[in-house]
Design a protein around this ligand. Structure first.
Ligand code: ADP
Ligand code: ASP
Ligand code: MG
Length: 444
């Protein structure tokens, strides 16, 4: 199956204008507002939870809204499928991994449609291929290129609740793809953008976005409102509550979002455009990224263009590079070049770098699998000083050695040993007084 003839461009991040047109058209077509509700795996872990999620969708429908649901695989079924794959083949072909993992979401959409049917309402389940959510062809980390709204519009106009399989796509030649762990969030925000949803609600097992992962920092405080920018950086730096690509879409297309609990009616966290008062807070949240590895190329000839060739090759292999550090020595003749990457990519990164080393006269390649990254994030960093000092001081008090530091406009990150990661996170949370109310969290 090829891409649907009517595919709408995009939500490719690069080219927004047509999407705005489609949003506007979509909104004129129907006076009813449209809501996208996304339910994560933990919110669908058993039959009772599937019924609960179905009731929430029906409630929105009875309130007069058009409802599109995006669902993940039930409970930990994606992890179980992955374990099964690795039990059968130590290095499974990525195409076949996608084929396998997408079955999890297909179970959920069918069961959700049945739950809604059992409650006396009409619903239809759709895979990415059926609705026309087209991605590139990079298996296990595909990116959305186009989404067709025709099929969804048709089903909605017949009064049905539409249930879409998250996480998955289809490429131009009909191959099944997935968009990375946690990417049902991305399916949801991209659909919300294309359909002109009034809100995209992310239902999960916590009642909002916290100043740190509440499972590991019990003092963490729920944030009522957070800017797209801070949420994006928190997600990219390890806050697993949202998939970072989802926030890229939401930010680009100004999709109003809310992260909330699937078990209660408590107001969640609104993710929205930045407001001036947000800059008053120095640090909004702290994160820990545990699944990291550092790949080091040792004794790299320090000649112009070499770093370019190295990272071009790494990029060609679709390896995501986090931070890069270069140290020059031997009177400027040689350099050590290190970069951090996701643990899942470390093996491939090492293989690519060993090949490059042989080709380019690089002395050696080392991989360190025992590193983590702690980060502090806040828009207040733009206008206030002293935040880095507070961070380094907190880590020093915890007797934690910093192996590398990187900064951007609103983020400061430190690489530490894996065994120090949790302690570092807790010390930073305390040092930035994140358990205090917003107005008490001082700027430096
Ligand atoms: P879902 O299955 O609903 O997609 P996830 O496991 O992907 O759920 O995301 C929810 C989890 O994210 C929470 O259980 C929590 O432990 C974790 N988390 C990490 N950082 C944060 C944070 N800053 N705020 C809230 N939750 C967080
Ligand atoms: N089921 C997929 C995963 O576990 C996608 C998701 O949950 O968003 O990563
Ligand atoms: Mg998730």
């Amino acid at each position: 199956m090829g891409p649907p003839a009517t595919a709408v461009t995009p939500p490719s991040i690069a080219s927004p204008p047509e999407m705005y047109v489609r949003r506007a058209t979509g909104m004129m077509m129907s006076p009813m507002s449209l809501i996208v509700q996304k339910f994560g795996g933990t919110s669908l872990a058993d039959a009772q939870k599937v019924h609960r999620a179905a009731r929430r969708a029906i409630r929105a429908k009875l309130d007069g809204q058009r409802v599109v649901l995006v669902v993940s695989a039930m409970g930990s079924s994606t992890d179980e499928l992955l374990a099964l794959a690795h039990a059968i083949c130590p290095d499974p072909p990525k195409r076949e991994l996608d084929m396998l993992l997408t079955t999890g979401e297909q179970v959920s959409i069918a069961l959700m449609a049945m739950a809604i049917h059992a409650a006396g309402h009409e619903a239809i389940s759709l895979t990415a291929g059926q609705l026309g959510l087209v991605t590139d062809s990079v298996h296990t980390r595909a990116r959305i290129k186009t989404i067709s709204r025709d099929r969804i519009d048709r089903e909605l106009s017949e009064g049905k609740i539409v249930i879409v399989a998250g996480f998955q796509g289809i490429d131009a030649s009909g191959e099944i793809t997935t968009m990375g762990r946690g990417a049902s969030d991305t399916s949801a925000t991209a659909l919300a953008a294309v359909l002109g949803a009034t809100v995209c609600e992310i239902y999960t097992d916590v009642d909002g976005v916290y100043t740190a992962d509440p499972r590991v920092v019990p003092q963490a405080r729920k944030i009522d409102r957070i800017s797209y920018e801070v949420m994006l950086e928190m997600a990219a730096a390890g806050a697993a509550v949202m998939h970072s690509q989802a926030i890229e879409f939401a930010k680009k297309f100004q999709v109003p979002m809310q992260v909330r609990s699937s078990m209660t009616d408590v107001e969640g966290t609104r993710i929205m455009a930045e407001t001036p008062d947000m800059e008053a807070v120095a640090v909004e949240g702290v994160t820990l990224k545990e699944d990291l590895a550092v790949v080091s190329l040792l004794g790299v000839p320090n000649t112009a263009g070499l770093a370019g060739s190295i990272f071009a090759e790494v990029a060609r292999s679709h390896i995501l590079v986090d931070d890069i550090v270069q140290n020059i020595y031997d009177d400027g003749r040689l350099a050590n070049l290190s970069f951090s990457t996701n643990s899942g990519d470390a093996r491939q990164a090492e293989a690519v770098c060993r090949e490059l080393a042989a080709k380019l006269g690089i002395a050696g390649v080392e991989v360190d699998h025992d590193v983590s990254k702690v980060s502090a994030i806040g828009v207040g960093m733009r206008s206030h000083t002293g935040i880095a000092a507070t961070m380094f001081d907190a880590l020093a008090r915890a007797a934690i050695n910093i192996e590398n530091i990187s900064t951007s406009e609103i983020v400061i990150s430190c690489i530490v040993r894996s065994e120090d990661g949790l302690k570092a996170l807790r010390y930073l949370h305390e040092a930035f007084q994140l358990d205090e109310a917003r107005d008490k969290n001082p700027v430096g």
